[in-house]
Write a protein that binds this ligand. Structure first.
Ligand code: C5P
Length: 228
């Protein structure tokens, strides 16, 4: 069967990565979580003091240091799930904290950050056979992707899912903080100048507010089968 590129975009915390990961595993494709790359750059900024006292980013320093930031993925042998590495260190857990979530969208709005990460993402997909999820995969990273999905769900439902996820990992979280973070990220992601979050004209819309994970999985598999 011909290998294709599958682009899954959408709003924050709407279950894109779970769907994408499951599909990739089932059909033997590579899975890339592009959000993890923006999160890793954000963690680097936090760890290296690149956020200034007023909360803004020291853009000049980050620009100078971009070439020191190496992001890679390795499969966890036990779970078969990919883990994110920043300069050789496993940062999979650190990049999922609310602290990183609250800082990531301004970092992802910087043109030079996007340029560097998009280049890497395109390189990862050049052999096709890849499922990538994010905000601009169908519009900017792989505008010619054979299958594009755009996922959405109500902000409350998305915040509840993220809350349950953090709780399950034993992380402290307040539902209100998470809801605020989800809405704020959507706002910044949709209004930024460079590659704002939007549905590609040829993407298929999926509102999964009232769908179980199993139903989404089946829906996505059907889309894949129709596209190949
Ligand atoms: O997908 P996830 O929620 O982990 O992404 C974190 C943040 O990274 C998003 O809120 C968005 O600001 C940014 N992002 C992006 N472009 C992508 C993927 C993520 O701007 N392709």
């Amino acid at each position: 069967m011909n290998k294709i590129i599958i682009a899954i975009d959408g709003f924050s915390s709407c279950g894109k990565s779970t769907m994408a990961k499951d599909l990739a595993k089932e059909i033997g494709y590579i899975y890339i979580d592009s959000g993890a790359m923006y999160r890793a750059v954000t963690l680097y900024c936090i760890e290296h003091g690149l956020f200034l006292a007023d909360g803004s980013i020291d853009e000049d320093k980050l620009k100078q240091q971009m070439s020191n930031i190496h992001i890679s993925f390795r499969l966890d042998t036990e779970s078969g799930r990919p883990r994110t590495f920043l300069n050789g260190t496993d940062v999979e857990n650190q990049i999922r904290t609310l602290e990183v979530s609250s800082h990531v969208s301004p970092v992802a709005a910087l043109g030079f950050v996007r340029e560097a990460l998009v280049r890497q993402q395109q390189e990862l997909g050049k052999e096709k056979g890849i499922v990538m999820d994010g905000r601009d995969i169908g519009t900017a990273v792989f505008p010619d992707a054979e299958l594009k999905i755009f996922v959405t769900a109500s902000a409350e439902i998305r915040a509840q899912r993220r809350y349950d996820e953090l709780k399950a990992k034993g992380q402290e979280a307040s539902f209100e903080d998470i809801l605020h973070n989800v809405e704020e990220r959507d706002r910044i992601d949709q209004t930024r100048e460079v590659s704002p979050l939007r549905k590609a004209d040829d993407a298929i819309l999926l509102d999964n507010s009232n769908m179980t994970i199993a139903e989404q999985k089946e829906w996505l598999m059907n889309q894949y089968l129709q596209a190949t």
